[in-house]
Write a protein that binds this ligand. Structure first.
Ligand SMILES: C[S@@+](CC[C@H](N)C(=O)[O-])C[C@H]1O[C@@H](n2cnc3c(N)ncnc32)[C@H](O)[C@@H]1O
Length: 277
């Protein structure tokens, strides 16, 4: 990485869509579109880019009869360590008795630590649906409980439950999430009992606690499968529900009673128990 890079802000007087196509097709570097033009960033001097843009502007003016004015503002900026900038933006956070931190931050000796590095799989703890589900886990999972994490994403909820002494199975329809959950379990020196690609219909086991942080429509779609994997006296945690859809979802869980509802921002999490038959 060079010490400096060049930033070229190009303002286009009459914003011409052909310009965008031209940039996309021909520029040797990426660009960012802004309201009244574009920004180009390059580690090389940008004079040849300006020359190319000028050639194109003239040709376009001739072809369309439009007057197109371009204004250039060039700056030489110091290159940052972008990985470090990104890493610094990921804050560790405390959720109940859990402390979720990326591997490059120190754990907290007084809390239950979950190390998670941000990746494509959902679940760093920063989203309200994950945070509320973790709160439910902290309260309802007991040592030696059998737990199923449906839609495990990064594996954060399952890892949290294992750290509370539970035996945890986890599944996700996305294989990348299974791989990431496996990786995160290793990072945390814990083991999932079973981890599979697919949903909860793949198991005949019954669990003390089943947690599913998935969107409302999926919670409706897999309601019967989810309910059938909860033990008679077990608990079902449903997260990922936007407040406006809560009654829609609950219609499919009518034979369960609501033990608790956690609301964070516009998201709700229900803790349900087998009840009304
Ligand atoms: C919102 S993320 C939750 C991730 C993590 N459990 C958390 O709480 O942060 C939902 C996950 O559910 C998975 N998923 C979607 N439909 C599913 C289904 N029918 N069965 C199992 N997993 C599903 C997605 O691939 C995604 O990883």
């Amino acid at each position: 990485m060079q010490e400096h890079y060049f930033e070229l802000v190009i303002k286009v007087s009459s914003h011409h869509s052909l310009f965008l196509d031209f940039l996309a097709d021909t520029l040797p570097v990426g660009f960012e579109e802004i309201d009244d033009g574009f920004i180009i960033r390059s580690e090389d001097e940008v004079d040849t880019i300006i020359w190319g843009l000028e050639q194109f502007r003239e040709a376009l003016q001739k072809a369309t009869g439009d007057v197109i004015e371009l204004e250039y503002k060039q700056s030489k900026l110091k290159n940052s360590d972008w990985v470090k900038v990104y890493q610094d933006s990921i804050e560790p956070l405390r959720i109940d008795k859990f402390y979720i931190h990326p591997t490059w931050d120190a754990p907290d000796a007084n809390l239950i630590n979950i190390a998670i590095d941000p990746a494509l799989a959902f679940g760093t703890g920063h989203h309200p649906t994950t945070a509320s589900a973790l709160r439910a886990i902290a309260k309802y999972v007991k040592e030696d409980d059998k737990v199923l994490d449906v839609g495990c994403g990064s594996g954060i909820l399952g890892v949290g439950a294992i750290k509370l002494g539970a035996v945890v199975d986890a599944c996700d329809t996305d294989i990348a999430c299974i791989e990431n959950s496996q990786l995160n379990s290793e990072l945390n020196n814990v083991k999932f009992n079973k981890l599979w690609e697919g949903s909860c219909s793949f198991t005949k086991d019954r669990y003390d606690v089943v947690v599913a942080n998935i969107v409302a429509d999926v919670l409706i779609f897999i309601a019967n499968d989810l309910k059938s994997v909860v033990k008679e006296d077990g608990v079902l945690v449903l997260s990922g529900i936007l407040e406006k859809y809560e009654s829609k979802v609950l219609k499919f869980y009518q034979n369960f009673e609501i033990l608790e509802k956690i609301t964070q921002d516009e998201w709700v999490t229900f803790i349900l128990k087998q009840g009304k038959k």
